[in-house]
Design a binder for this molecule. Structure first.
Ligand code: 5GP
Ligand code: MN
Length: 321
């Protein structure tokens, strides 16, 4: 579903545009938002950005991140004539009240295979490495400039969703697109410094606690990590500081499935699932009420940690039967 013509038309016609992304936003959600924000501003649009959960600290360095509003104080819907959803597989995951923006046309830009096309107009490509890549294409088709500020956002989107150009979605086209962004002013080294080398010490203490929970199961095919609330308290950290922890479980030789579970912000638990084999971990996440991609997915769970671990361990073991 790639309605480029209609997408360009609806953006051209709009004066005031609201950009939103999913809850617990990641680099692709935020980078796409910032990348598109600057291009639309250059076109003379009024642009608002709102995420229920704001902008994670590691992305605060992006020019425009300070313009993203957060929480339940939603922008006045009567001031908006187009909403654009970025990197979000289903409408519910935006965390917006159902009725607030219902009357607005919705442009749905995403690369999750599970996205059913909940927009009025949809730009969906499950083969795109990142939503940021679709945003770059939209900016080009609209004939808008890619400023350095825009390029930095889109670079972050592609860098984070390809696992720093390591995952299976890293193609020659990705490198070409990334080179274009660097030519437009994206700065790989300062971006890498901000995203990967600006840890607070507590995050490493939390990682140490987390690695101590490591369990390898299913005859060496699955690896498990978790964090509990007491660990956040001891190290002065929160869920944001767990970004990337699941990759340690994934990095173990011969592991096929990696699972990391930690407390969310609202009493629930958040699971990150990764696959390194033919196992489609997105299906498992969907069956647990979440979603994602074949190799990277997630879901929210409720209950006590031992029960959740048991439930998930059964589900994962069944994948190997
Ligand atoms: P992560 O583990 O990095 O939080 O998420 C990995 C992938 O799974 C991302 O593409 C993300 O969009 C998706 N994902 C994570 N959590 C959820 C969830 O609760 N619901 C859905 N539908 N997708 C999720
Ligand atoms: Mn994405």
């Amino acid at each position: 579903m790639l309605d480029w013509q209609q997408a360009c038309q609806v953006v051209t016609d709009a004066n005031s545009i609201l950009l939103v992304t999913h809850r617990n936003p990641d680099g692709d959600g935020i980078g796409s938002q910032i990348g598109l924000y600057h291009a639309l501003k250059a076109a003379g649009k009024q642009v608002l950005m709102h995420n229920l959960d704001g902008v994670p600290r590691i992305y605060h360095f992006l020019d425009g991140a300070e313009k993203v509003t957060s929480g339940r104080n939603f922008p006045p819907a009567e001031d908006v004539d187009l909403m654009i959803s970025l990197d979000c597989g289903n409408r519910h995951r935006l965390g917006l009240p159902d009725d607030l923006f219902d009357h607005l046309p919705l442009l749905n830009i995403d690369h999750h295979a599970s996205n059913i096309g909940f927009g009025t107009i949809n730009l969906l490509d499950p083969h795109a490495c990142a939503t940021g890549a679709l945003v770059l294409e939209l900016i080009r088709r609209l004939d808008l400039p890619v400023s350095a500020a825009s390029a930095n956002g889109l670079y972050v989107a592609i860098m984070t969703d390809t696992g720093s150009f390591r995952h299976a979605n890293t193609t020659a086209a990705v490198f070409r697109m990334t080179a274009e962004l660097v030519e437009a002013g994206a700065k790989p080294w300062p971006i890498a410094m901000s995203v990967y080398e600006s840890n607070v010490p507590g995050r490493l203490q939390l990682l140490s606690d987390c690695l101590n929970t490591m369990e390898v199961r299913d005859g060496g095919r699955s690896a498990w990590l978790h964090v509990h609330q007491g660990m956040y308290g001891r190290t002065g950290t929160d869920m944001e500081d767990t970004e990337g922890f699941v990759e340690y479980a994934r990095s173990i030789q011969d592991i096929e499935v990696a699972i990391f579970i930690r407390p969310g912000n609202d009493g629930s638990w958040k699971a990150s699932l990764r696959s390194k084999s033919s196992i489609d971990i997105g299906h498992l996440a969907e069956s647990l009420g979440g979603g994602g991609h074949r190799f990277a997915a997630g879901c929210t769970l409720h209950g006590k940690l031992p029960d959740i671990l048991e439930q998930m361990q059964k589900a994962v073991s069944a994948l190997f039967d």
